[in-house]
Design a protein around this ligand. Structure first.
Ligand SMILES: *Cc1c(COP(=O)(O)O)cnc(C)c1O
Length: 388
C-alpha cells in the first residue's frame, strides 16, 4: 500500500489497511487463525526471541487486530495502540499494567460504573489506592495529589450529565506533577476530539459504543506513545485481554464510516436537545453544544460537535411512564447505536451508586439519557413528542 495521501481523518479511517494478499482482495479479509507457522525452525526461534517481527499466536498479534490498532493510533494522532476484548479491559489494563503496589491514582467521580468498581474495589486489593475528584471543581484537583500519585483518569464528556473536562488544563496538571493523564474518549470518539492534541498521555476506548456504532461487538483500545504501549503489551501478551480477530475486522470496517455516522449522530442530537429545551414538561437539558451548557465555550473549542447523547430532566417525577410511552426508542442500557436508545440512569446503569453518590454526579430520578441514533430526525422527534 502506498500511504502518500493519508492526511485527513476520513481517508486514514478508510485507506489504512493491511497489505493485500495474493488474492488481490479490495476489502481486508478476515484472519480467523489462532496460530501462525514458521518458514523454518530458525525463524521460529528468532520470532520467539523477538529478533524478528512477525505473527506467532493471536494472543500476541493478528493481522486484523493489527489493522484496527494502526487505524486507532492514526485517528487519535498517537504512536501506538493496543486493542482489547472490551472497553473495561482497556481501562483495567491501562491502570494495572502501569501502576504498582503503593501507587495512588486520581479519578473523576463521574466515570463509567465498572471503572468506578475497578478503582474502588479491585485495585485496592493490589495496594493501589485512589482519590475521587469532582469534574466541576478543577481548582481542587491539585490538592488531591499525593507524593505517590502516578495517574489521573477522566471521561469527557461525562456520562450521563455531559460535563466537560478541560483537556489542556488536565494535561498541564499532569506535566507539572509528573502524573500520567488517562482519558476515556468513548463518548466523543477521535472524530470529535483527539486528547493527544492537548498533551494527554493515554486514551482509552470502549469500541463497543460509537466505534462499532451498530450494537454488534465488544472491543476496546488503549492508545499512547510507543513506550507506554510497549509496557502494556508485555503485560497483556501474558495475561490475554486480546481482541478477537473477528471483532477487530468488524471494528476496522466500522471505522470507515465513523466520521459520517458521528456527524449525523451529532446533527440529530443537537436538534433533539433544542426541541427538549423548549418543551414545557422538561426542566433542563444537558448538551455541550447548547448555549445554556455551562461549558459551552469549552465545548466549542475542544469538540468538533456535541456528541450523540442528550440528557434531560423532567419537571414531574414520571420518568418510567415516559420511557414506557416511547415506541421508536429502544429501552436499553447501551449507547452509541444506529438505533435511538432511552435509559433511566438512576434505576439501571447507575443503580449501584448510593443516593448520595448519584447526587454528587447529578443523577436524579427525573433524569433520562438519550443516545440519539441515525433514524430520520422527524421520526425521532415525533416519538419524543407523542411520549411527552
Ligand atoms: C461502555 C463504556 C465502557 C465499558 O466498555 P465495554 O466495552 O462495555 O467494556 C467504558 N467507558 C465508557 C464511557 C462506556 O460508555
Amino acid at each position: 500500500m502506498k500511504h502518500s495521501n493519508l492526511n485527513k481523518f476520513e481517508t486514514k479511517a478508510i485507506r489504512l489497511q493491511m497489505s493485500r494478499t495474493q488474492q488481490a482482495e479490495h476489502s481486508a479479509p478476515l484472519f480467523l487463525t489462532s496460530s501462525f507457522v514458521f518458514d523454518d525452525a530458525q525463524q521460529g526461534e528468532a520470532l520467539f526471541a523477538e529478533q524478528l517481527d512477525g505473527n506467532i499466536y493471536s494472543r500476541f498479534t493478528n493481522p486484523n487486530v493489527d489493522e484496527f490498532e494502526r487505524k486507532m493510533a492514526a485517528l487519535e494522532g498517537m504512536e501506538d495502540c493496543l486493542a482489547t476484548s472490551s472497553g473495561m479491559s482497556a481501562i483495567f489494563f491501562s491502570m494495572i499494567a502501569l501502576l504498582k503496589q503503593g501507587d495512588h491514582l486520581l479519578i473523576s467521580r463521574s466515570v463509567f460504573g465498572n471503572t468506578y468498581k475497578i478503582v474502588n474495589e479491585i485495585l485496592p486489593r493490589y495496594g493501589i489506592e485512589a482519590s475521587f475528584i469532582d469534574v466541576d471543581k478543577p481548582q481542587h484537583w491539585s490538592s488531591a495529589i499525593q507524593s505517590n500519585s502516578k495517574m489521573i483518569f477522566v471521561e469527557t464528556p461525562t456520562n450521563p450529565t455531559l460535563q466537560l473536562v478541560d483537556l489542556q488544563r488536565l494535561a498541564k496538571l499532569g506535566k507539572e506533577h509528573n502524573l500520567l493523564t488517562n482519558v476515556d474518549n468513548c463518548m466523543a470518539t477521535p472524530y470529535l476530539q483527539q486528547p493527544a492534541e492537548y498533551g494527554i498521555d493515554i486514551v482509552t476506548h470502549s469500541a463497543t459504543k460509537f466505534i462499532d456504532g451498530q450494537g454488534r461487538v465488544l472491543g476496546g483500545a488503549i492508545i499512547a506513545n510507543n513506550k507506554i504501549i510497549d509496557s502494556i503489551r508485555k503485560f497483556s501478551r501474558s495475561t490475554g485481554p486480546c481482541l478477537s480477530p473477528f471483532n477487530a475486522w468488524i471494528l476496522s470496517k466500522s471505522l470507515e464510516t465513523l466520521a459520517l455516522r458521528m456527524q449525523r449522530h451529532c446533527d440529530n442530537a443537537l436538534l433533539v436537545a433544542k426541541y427538549l429545551e423548549k418543551h414545557p414538561k422538561v426542566n433542563l437539558v444537558y448538551y455541550p453544544q447548547l448555549a445554556s451548557h455551562p461549558q459551552y465555550e469549552l465545548a466549542q473549542w475542544q469538540m468538533r460537535a456535541g456528541g450523540g447523547l442528550v440528557t434531560f430532566e423532567l419537571i414531574d417525577d414520571n420518568a418510567h411512564t415516559l420511557l414506557n410511552q416511547l415506541q421508536l426508542f429502544s429501552l436499553s442500557g447501551n449507547l452509541g447505536d444506529t438505533r435511538s436508545i432511552a435509559t433511566h440512569p438512576a434505576t439501571t446503569t447507575h443503580s449501584k451508586l448510593s443516593i448520595q453518590e448519584q447526587q454528587l454526579v447529578g443523577i436524579t430520578p427525573k433524569l433520562i439519557r438519550l443516545s440519539i441514533g441515525l433514524e430520520h430526525i422527524d421520526d425521532i422527534l415525533a416519538d419524543l413528542d407523542q411520549a411527552l
